[in-house]
Design a protein around this ligand. Structure first.
Ligand SMILES: *[C@@H]1O[C@H](CO)[C@@H](O)[C@H](O)[C@H]1NC(C)=O
Ligand SMILES: *[C@@H]1O[C@H](CO)[C@@H](O)[C@H](O)[C@H]1NC(C)=O
Ligand SMILES: *[C@@H]1O[C@H](CO)[C@@H](O)[C@H](O)[C@H]1NC(C)=O
Ligand SMILES: *[C@@H]1O[C@H](CO)[C@@H](O)[C@H](O)[C@H]1NC(C)=O
Length: 360
């Protein structure tokens, strides 16, 4: 509040110096005020960007000399942006143009604001803007929860003043879901289910009448009624279903009764012997199913995943089993189905004679 007052008198010139001094004293004598801080620059958002601090009435940058993860931790904490992921220097978010206000910042990491950290003195530095310091914070202020929720679908919950709360579905649409999916790095939004589709939450209802255009980088940038203002019950909790990027599965081939020989053309399997394809995937959606598909689609076998894999057995192979085979994984999340890409095919050639490996 004190800083807002200071900023609003930017036009004054006669007593500028005195006012500067007063603001400066107000800003930095009381740690509770915690000096304002902001993140700016190209590619920045609310929780990552070039660090800028307010000194008196002037915004300015921080030099990257000595800048490290402990300093970034303090910035992320101060901005309520979760943990610090990195502390990029070298004007990673572009070079600022305001004065360089801090250099040689040395936080221990436990301070609650950058003001409490050691530094070389305001405006004392040997830097240029090509050394502007930045932060990347985790931005854990949004989560998806509820029954049937996954990493990329669920009831939307936001963190405000260290309390989690839900979002009401009034006005909730795909543009709002787009922003949530983007913010969570979950790809595109497929649907924006309301009506507590993932179960009713129990935390306070924090947002209502959310109206994103769809291009915002975080839900905080969208219009709404104001935190905690709503006319909703938890039966109206808003959710999202974002698209899911499944990793490619792997495929392997064995013949339990040793009818298989690998050759440059692929797997040669003797007619009458057995063949087992093993499809497996390493992903966080374990309850999917595998497809074993032959290239001419004459064979499509489906099996549920057990322990992230499924085996497809051919106890007695015949000529008709000759072909190229690949595995594909499919998951169903809140009535939406997602496919992985198929593996590169394995060629299987059926032969009449057993290839003999003669020991030397
Ligand atoms: C899954 O993938 C990760 C990273 O590639 C690897 O470290 C881990 O061992 C894999 N787990 C399994 C069960 O294959
Ligand atoms: C799944 O894997 C675990 C650990 O590897 C094993 O103990 C368990 O028996 C496996 N379950 C099935 C059904 O194969
Ligand atoms: C597998 O695919 C390759 C390339 O498309 C093809 O030349 C080959 O004949 C196929 N193999 C079998 C056994 O169908
Ligand atoms: C996934 O692939 C299988 C096999 O090609 C197909 O039957 C199924 O419809 C696909 N599912 C989706 C969601 O594309």
């Amino acid at each position: 509040m004190i800083q807002a007052h200071c900023v609003s008198h930017e036009e004054q010139t006669t007593e500028e110096h005195l006012l500067d001094l007063v603001c400066l004293l107000l800003t930095f004598s009381s740690p509770a005020e915690g000096g304002q801080i902001r993140l700016r620059g190209s590619g920045s958002n609310q929780c990552s960007g070039r660090v800028e601090i307010l000194y008196g009435r002037t915004w300015g940058t921080v030099c990257d000399d000595n800048w490290d993860l402990n300093d970034a931790k303090v910035v992320c904490r101060q901005l309520n942006c979760g943990t610090a992921l990195s502390a990029p220097g070298g004007a990673a978010f572009g070079a600022g143009s305001d004065p360089i206000l801090l250099d040689d910042v040395s936080c221990s990491g436990s301070e609650s604001s950058l003001n409490e950290c050691g530094h070389g003195g305001f405006r004392t530095h040997d830097c240029t803007h090509s050394e502007d310091a930045g932060v990347v914070c985790s931005d854990v202020r949004l989560r998806l929860s509820g029954s049937g929720s996954t990493q990329c679908s669920g009831r939307v919950e936001i963190l405000s003043d260290s309390n989690w709360g839900t979002v009401c579905d009034d006005n909730w649409d795909l543009n709002d879901a787009k922003v949530v999916c983007r913010q969570l790095n979950c790809g595109t939004a497929l649907s924006a289910p309301g009506g507590a589709a993932f179960g009713a939450g129990s935390d306070p209802i924090l947002l209502d009448d959310v109206s994103c255009s769809g291009s915002e980088s975080s839900l905080n940038e969208c219009g709404h009624r104001g935190f905690g203002k709503h006319d909703c019950g938890h039966t109206e909790d808003a959710g999202v279903v974002c698209s899911v990027q499944l990793q490619q599965p792997s495929i392997s081939l064995t013949s339990p009764n040793k009818g298989l020989v690998w050759s440059p053309e692929g797997a040669k399997v003797t007619r009458g012997y057995s063949l087992v394809f093993l499809c497996s995937i390493n992903c966080s959606y374990p309850d999917g199913r595998f497809f074993l598909i032959s290239s001419d689609a004459s064979t499509v076998v489906i099996k549920p995943a057990v322990n992230h894999s499924a085996s497809f057995e051919f106890p007695v192979v015949e000529y008709e089993h000759q072909g190229n085979y690949s595995c594909l994984y499919e998951v169903e999340l809140s009535t939406q189905r997602f496919n992985s890409t198929a593996t590169a095919p394995i060629g299987v050639v059926i032969t009449l004679y057993l290839y003999c490996w003669c020991p030397q």
